[in-house]
Design a protein around this ligand. Sequence first.
Ligand code: FRU
Length: 477
Amino acid sequence: MLKDRKGWRLQYHLMPPDGWLNDPNGLCQFHGMYHVFFQYSPNTPGPDGRTARTWGHYAGRDLLHLQFKGVPFWPVDTIDHDGCYSGSALIDQDLIKLYYTGNVKEPGDHDYTYSGRQANEILVESDGTSFGKKKCLLRNADYPADCTCHVRDPKVWKDGKLYYMVLGARVEGREKNADSDFGEVLFYESSDGLHWHFLKSLTTEERFGYMWECPDYFHLEEKTFLSLCPQGLPSEEYRYQNIYQAGYFTVDGELGARQSLSDFHEWDYGFDFYAPQSFLDESGRRLLIGWVGMPDAPYTNPTALPKGKGWENCLTVPRKLTVSEGCICQNPVEELKALRYDETPVMPHGTMVLPDGAGDFEVSFLEGTEDADWDISFGDAAELSYRDGVLQLSLDPSAGYGRDSRRIRIPHIEFLRVLVDSSILEIYINDGAYVITSRFYPEYIGDQQNLAVRFNCAMAAISGWKMHTMETNREYI
Ligand code: FRU
């Protein structure tokens, strides 16, 4: 039960000061400062008295000292009246160039999929603190004729002198419905970042869902990847268990030539992970941040108090991306270790209690025990168990708010890193080859969480740390 506004606030994950948060947007580092924007609906209405979706802004010298800077722009113009939707940042000409989709719903009798919605790609330039005038660069008429009104989420980058943009799109099928429409991405090219022309569209040989949102196109360790969020994939026993997915394809071929997509991998197997975005920081790391949430999910968050009082959702910790055997591994950035304190070796059948519910665990399974069964429980709220090569996260109904269980088939488990933070679990398996991110809502014991993490592992070396509250969050807890 939520006792007061403090309930389940996080110690080291970025969350909205209040209101609703979704996709990470405009991630970048500029003159040393990190900027993390996000889709935001604050509880207080905007300057025109409405509460359409906009952006929120965190910035700081390092990833542990970001400060909430407010709302950089509001959806108050004819080009974005119904939402400043997702987008990205490009560092160029000593500016941060923010590209996003202005969502406009025209009045009238529309279904807003096939008619009545404008998707305007907009540019706002910034020095990191002030934000310039909005410039509309692309409108519906600039997209291929077979696109529905769902085109959005520009990710922009520069290659040599040329600028590129990738957009997510829903293309109209023969029957104009979710069973025949299909997802694809659109590539645009520009010589100045302002005037864009259509380069090509790209999709899979076989239809892969009806809509692709939040695309991201990047090179990593000599390979090219296209990350996106497909909607409409049928669920399977060990894959695609959420209503919508987030994953990446390997891209074969050059952007200017024929390309094909293969090997779709899900970024994360938990209940709450969507719309991730990556960026290159000034040290050359490719970092990824995801939205810890899921649109249209059949489960809920008890922090979402009625009548504009609560808060909902958060972002993952920044994850460093690397490639191993052709797949992307994700691991929490090194910086996070600075929040650790009270290192405690935990016995294979030991328990560690986290007073604020904030901890970090490393579990190394000893050689020869990678296939053995084990489990770890988080109070009475959640259990992670490994049986016969299947890893399962199960949530108790009292803590899951509709979340039940998620399963992955993993032949051997050698190493686990488990981040626990009050009402979120991020579980990194085998050096980040698989990740599970989920919210969970353990009961409070008095004012404290006192979350007992219990290990029941055959043979493992386990270290546990409590975690300090990130400076950013002190203000908002
Ligand atoms: C993904 C998404 C994006 C869109 C944004 C609106 O969660 O639907 O496609 O730009 O959220 O908030």
